[in-house]
Design a protein around this ligand. Structure first.
Ligand SMILES: [Mg+2]
Length: 250
């Protein structure tokens, strides 16, 4: 049994507007088995408190301190380096960064920002990058699963800025090893005793493996047929979180 289990949220616990069948009970069974749980997400369209409210509404018994989000990791990175960021983020996420100075920006924070991912903002970011400002991305996921279909995430826009300015982004969220190390530090866990469960083969599974964790790919959420070939022999593959918990004998 793993001492610490990191669970991705969207596509593992819920999809669209509903809990994935068996997920609520599976979380409870992991908890009953004594695992330290952290719910880790690159979701950057809402602050942690709003996400928690949503999870409670779906029936998940999760505490605020069990959440570890990519925006929280990004915030920490900016504060540690005393940066004044240009924020290209979703308006709902702005309160999480409201206490950071933002005049004369000397860094760019880019996330899934919906309508704000427009030419004017991206071009302003480009100018800052050309002047030497660092580019911090909350995540670099290629796409996410919405209630209806897959949608463009922030990754393609990160790549566009990297390409234009000839720079490399620092990534705060998954699959950055920094994110997994921070999540483990918060949980008081060690990589060798930790399982990461996710539906995103790159951000969740390959990211966790690169950081030295064990990993499990679930065939829910954004999973697409054939994803397991990318991690064959290196990660568990289960049809869902419920099936993982069943196979762990919990
Ligand atoms: Mg996911």
């Amino acid at each position: 049994m793993y001492k610490t289990v990191l669970l991705d949220i969207s596509g593992v616990l819920y999809q669209g507007n509903a809990a994935i069948p068996g997920a609520i009970q599976a979380v409870q069974r992991l908890r009953n088995a004594g695992a330290v749980l952290r719910f880790v997400t690159n979701t950057s369209r809402q602050p942690a408190a709003a996400l928690l409210k949503r999870l409670h509404g779906l029936g998940f018994g999760i505490a605020l301190e069990e959440l570890f989000t990519a925006p929280q990791a990004a915030r920490r990175w900016l504060i540690e380096r005393h940066h004044r960021p240009l924020l290209i983020i979703h308006p709902e996420l702005e309160p999480e960064f409201a206490d950071l100075a933002q005049h004369n920006p000397d860094a760019v924070l880019l996330a899934d920002a919906e309508e704000r991912l427009n030419y004017a903002y991206l071009d302003q970011a480009f100018a800052l990058l050309m002047a030497g400002a660092p580019l911090l991305a909350i995540g670099e996921n290629r796409y996410f699963q919405g209630a209806d279909r897959l949608h463009l995430d922030a990754g393609p826009f990160v790549r566009a800025l990297e390409y234009a300015a000839g720079v490399r982004a620092q990534v705060a969220g998954k699959p950055s090893p920094l994110f997994f190390q921070q999540a483990l530090a918060e949980a008081g866990g060690q990589a060798c005793d930790t399982l990461m469960v996710g539906d995103d083969v790159q951000a969740d599974v390959l990211g966790a493996l690169d950081a030295g964790l064990h990993a499990c790919l679930v065939r829910t959420g954004k999973y697409r047929q054939g994803d397991e070939r990318t991690v064959s022999g290196r990660a568990r593959v289960e049809s869902s979180l419920a099936s993982l918990v069943e196979h762990l004998g919990l």
